[in-house]
Design a protein around this ligand. Structure first.
Ligand SMILES: [Zn+2]
Length: 366
């Protein structure tokens, strides 16, 4: 999507989103985790182009959207009478999907529920093929939001403080080789039930619809830790320490200019520089193997800050190829992919997730 088109779509979004700070676009909100960290929440928002076509773009949710998506959830959670758990595992890390909708609604709908569950479990399986690890990653998933503009959102349920970084729960469990929160949810994932989702497992979407599988793949990536905690208002991280993602952020294609070592006023410029990169060695190798190889992996950092799309996604144009494009900010609605691409998987390794163990050849016959 061109920058100009994005602006058009953004202004449409502003019109429908109610009173917000117009000079800066929607005001980015922060969600306070159970441990008290104030962190962003990422979500896919639906925007309609001038030609009537639908686009889905991912960005940080506003305070109103966070409250509409997560605030009411806690009330429902307190009153719901049961949870439905499903174990999902492919080649790598096991997942436990917890469907926390009330009975008869959302994923527990007697008619559409099974289709929705099959689609989400395909997403969990795709992530299991991309990440190693032995500790089940618990996802609290629900089809509920009071915000009509938010299609889907995801965030780590909480973070823990490590030596030099704050670590999302799913990753902390793998590094600790044990759950760090008594088996409670590591990620919160929410979908809008009132949207025309295409549940096709291919990740494709019919015209006018948005792919549930592709959108979920992308958002779960944020919930697993594909996100920056740098503030575009202060140039400092929002948490006591940077995220694993932040530690690899680098100004310019020359490694050695990590944002964590730069002054806040420099970071403010870096985040809008168009010259922002991710320097993790696995991601760099995956980027070099892509159709537009660069010395480091280019992050999305347009000159004008785009609420939340900036910094926590790979560059829209550079990685337009579907084989590396899952974590681009736009066209999240579906490009026909139903697997975690090589670049995204490599970034997760750089964040600290174990690699999927190679398949051991079966013992030879006597
Ligand atoms: Zn995103």
């Amino acid at each position: 999507m061109s920058i100009r088109l994005w602006r058009t779509l953004l202004s449409l979004f502003l019109l429908t989103a109610g009173p917000v700070a117009l000079a800066d676009g929607p005001r980015e909100g922060l969600w306070v985790t159970p441990s008290g960290f104030s962190v962003p929440v990422y979500g896919t928002q639906l925007v309609r182009g001038a030609d009537g076509s639908l686009h889905a773009s991912c960005g940080r949710l506003s305070q109103e959207q966070i409250e509409a998506t997560y605030g009411r959830s806690q009330t429902v959670r307190a009153t719901m009478d049961r949870e439905v758990r499903q174990a999902v595992q492919a080649a790598g890390v096991p997942f436990t999907v917890v469907y926390t909708d009330p009975d008869g609604a959302g994923f527990n709908d007697p008619v559409v529920g099974p289709v929705r569950k099959a689609a989400f479990e395909a997403v969990a399986a795709a992530w299991s093929n991309a990440l190693g690890g032995a500790i089940p990653i618990v996802i609290d998933v629900r089809m509920e939001t009071d915000d009509p503009n938010t299609l889907a959102s995801a965030s780590p349920t909480d973070w823990v403080i490590g030596e030099d970084r704050v670590i999302p729960l799913a990753l902390a469990a793998q590094l600790n080789n044990a759950s760090v929160n008594d088996g409670r949810s590591d990620l919160l994932v929410r979908f809008n039930p009132n949207h025309a989702w295409d549940y096709d497992l291919s990740g494709n979407a019919a015209p006018g619809m948005v792919s549930f599988v592709y959108t979920a793949l992308h958002e779960v990536g944020h919930g697993l830790g594909f996100l920056s905690l740098f503030s575009h208002e202060t140039g400092q991280v929002l948490t006591p320490l940077p995220s694993p993602f932040d530690l690899w952020m680098n100004r310019s294609q020359a490694d050695g200019n990590r944002l964590t070592a730069r002054a806040p006023e420099q970071v403010l410029e870096d985040l809008r520089s168009g010259d922002l990169y991710f320097a993790g060695p696995n991601a760099v190798q995956a980027g070099l193997a892509s159709v537009r190889p660069l010395p480091l992996v280019k992050l999305y950092a347009p000159a004008e800050w785009e609420p939340g799309s900036s910094a926590s996604h790979v560059d829209q144009e550079t990685y337009s190829d579907p084989s590396v494009g899952l974590m681009r900010p736009s066209d999240v609605g579906g490009i026909g992919a139903s697997v975690v691409d090589a670049l995204t998987a490599a970034v997760m390794l750089d964040l600290g997730y174990p690699a999927v163990a190679p398949v051991v050849a079966s013992a030879s016959r006597r």
